[in-house]
Design a protein around this ligand. Structure first.
Ligand SMILES: *[C@@H]1O[C@H](CO)[C@@H](O)[C@H](O)[C@H]1NC(C)=O
Length: 192
């Protein structure tokens, strides 16, 4: 006499074997948790859908958080870039370090729109800020922190005036730039 569970196994085998033999499994309707091949595909489809929803929710939540921060004037967004200040004054090296500690770097405007976003922060704090730009040791050319040459600049009239010791760059409250010594105390503005 067969036990109850043995009969279930045999019944299952009877359904599953021809299914494999036909290499086309319709799934076993009415038996959740015992999917055929289409059933497994259905399972991964619904996982993909769940993941898609979770990502959409995260994006929406991030968008809301960024909007609140922007609303409060804590950040300025330009495209994918975020500019923000900790409100602290520091020399160039310390300012750069503060930005790198949060996974960013010192703000360096790459076009007029970014320059304006950074200027807004400079104005908000009424403090000149160091930019993520410095004079190359050998070339004497101003470059981004990563060593790439500038493709945008907004020098103040008669600047840079190339005094040898002025290897850093500060932004004035009108958004124009001035070469400056690196050991002054200037507002820290980061880009992320
Ligand atoms: C300079 O290059 C950057 C990065 O490729 C770009 O985002 C920016 O718009 C460029 N600026 C100008 C003035 O073309």
């Amino acid at each position: 006499m067969l036990s109850y569970s043995s009969s279930i196994l045999i019944a299952l085998a009877a359904v599953l074997v021809p299914c494999h033999a036909l290499s086309k499994c319709p799934g076993i309707s009415g038996l959740p948790g015992i999917p055929g091949r289409d059933g497994l595909k259905g399972l991964s489809d619904s996982l993909a859908a769940k993941r898609h929803n979770a990502l959409a929710n995260l994006k929406h939540r991030l968008f809301q958080l960024e909007s609140v921060l922007a609303l409060n004037g804590e950040i300025r967004k330009v495209g994918e870039k975020i500019f923000a200040s900790n409100g602290k004054k520091a020399d160039f090296a310390s300012a750069l370090q503060s930005c790198e500690e949060v996974g960013g770097t010192l703000a360096a405007p790459r076009n007029e729109e970014e320059n304006k976003a950074i200027m807004d922060i400079v104005k908000q704090h009424n403090q000149y800020a160091y930019l993520g730009i410095r004079k190359g040791e050998t070339s004497g050319q101003f470059k981004y922190i990563n060593g790439m040459p500038l493709n945008y600049s907004n020098w103040h009239q008669h600047e840079p005036n190339s005094k040898g010791r002025e290897k850093c760059v500060e932004m004035y409250t009108d958004g124009t730039w001035n070469d400056k010594k690196c050991n002054m105390y200037r507002l820290t503005i980061c880009q992320l």
